[in-house]
Ligand binder design. Sequence first.
Ligand SMILES: Cc1cc2nc3c(=O)[nH]c(=O)nc-3n(C[C@H](O)[C@H](O)[C@H](O)COP(=O)(O)OP(=O)(O)OC[C@H]3O[C@@H](n4cnc5c(N)ncnc54)[C@H](O)[C@@H]3O)c2cc1C
Length: 395
Amino acid sequence: MKSNPKQVWVPGPIIVGAGPSGLATAACLKEKGIPPLILEKENCIASSWKLRTYDRLKLHLPKQFCELPLMPFPPAFPTYPTKQQFIGYLEAYAEHFSVKPLFGMKVRCAEYDPSIGFWRVEANDLEFICRWLIVATGENAEAILPKITGISQFQGQVLHTSFYKNGDDFKGKKVLVVGCGNSGMEVCLDLCNNGVQVSMVVRDKLHILPREILGISTFGLSMRLLKWFPMKLVDEFLLLCSWLILGDTKKYGLARPKMGPLQLKITTGKTPVLDVGTFSKIKSGQIKVVPGIDRFADNGVEFVDGKREDYDAVILATGYRSNVPSWLKEEEFFDEKDGFPRKPFPNSWRGKNQVYATGFTRRGLLGSSMDAHRVAEDIACQWNSRTEQHLPLEL
Ligand SMILES: Cc1cc2nc3c(=O)[nH]c(=O)nc-3n(C[C@H](O)[C@H](O)[C@H](O)COP(=O)(O)OP(=O)(O)OC[C@H]3O[C@@H](n4cnc5c(N)ncnc54)[C@H](O)[C@@H]3O)c2cc1C
């Protein structure tokens, strides 16, 4: 930080991040007459969706669980809108609520100054001063790149799924996908559909569920059942349906954890995979399941079972992490280890000294919408009861 950065007084809340969570929060605040300022490090809204996702991506969950507050999806949207449709919706959303973020503003430090009772937020060569700070930088801010012995020696291409677009660059090649979450599975399917010889590393047990059960989305069905039945029973039902629809997944190298899929999600945050067609390719042997990697060699990898295989490229579907600990100088609200609020949902949205979080519920866009409403209501109470909006005297 420069010793004397230019200071900018912001009367309303500052939102860090112009993804769906930041936009939703801005819209809810604006609806209550409160002017937010969004600081976004990239040069566009929804940068995760525009810059870091593959072409064939559709919303993983049905549209009714992915709408942002106050503006429904266009009625013509399919059940699972495409990435382009979702981005179009977010553009229209920002336009409708006149949300105009400041782009190219990477927040590198935000700290509460108790001597003035305001937050100091540093981005580029500016210091913004505000009363309310809303963290909306997302659960998936940074790619996780695992440290695997010998990876730098590998002569082929290595990339994270956030850089994968489609199978065009990999035609006729032999590719190893490391990781078997929703993204890893879908990238494998995309590669396979493009005639690529693909293997998928599966190290741990995982739950794979059909995306739909009897024509109803598995997610929607679970939500409905949870209103009436305990989670353990719903989990048992989901596992029975999965067994009937997919068969014994263990036979194909995908052993299931002891804990049921919903219970596991709530306890550890580990999302079950919703199958979009990958499993039938695994069953037919078109996608090969391989164990964990022990080390990389020049042209391939050695697995933990001692077998060796050559590959032209490796795609790391190894997930993402929050980046909050790198810039938010605060110890109580966010856990510095995982960058998530310490208190779990539904209490994850508010910290001390007017700091808030939206989009850290591990519940996707539905969670972001709930947070956005709560945060806007809480700030509105303070905004409406304020006696005066003045600059801190010390400035
Ligand atoms: C492949 C994929 C598919 C998904 N599909 C679904 C789905 O179908 N349904 C669902 O509900 N959820 C889905 N999710 C989960 C989640 O809803 C999305 O990741 C969603 O984009 C989260 O929105 P967000 O605004 O919280 O975070 P993001 O979209 O990641 O936005 C955060 C923004 O903050 C900015 N930022 C980060 N750090 C800084 C900084 N220091 N300073 C300034 N700006 C910063 C980023 O550039 C980014 O624009 C999916 C996630 C992935 C990865």
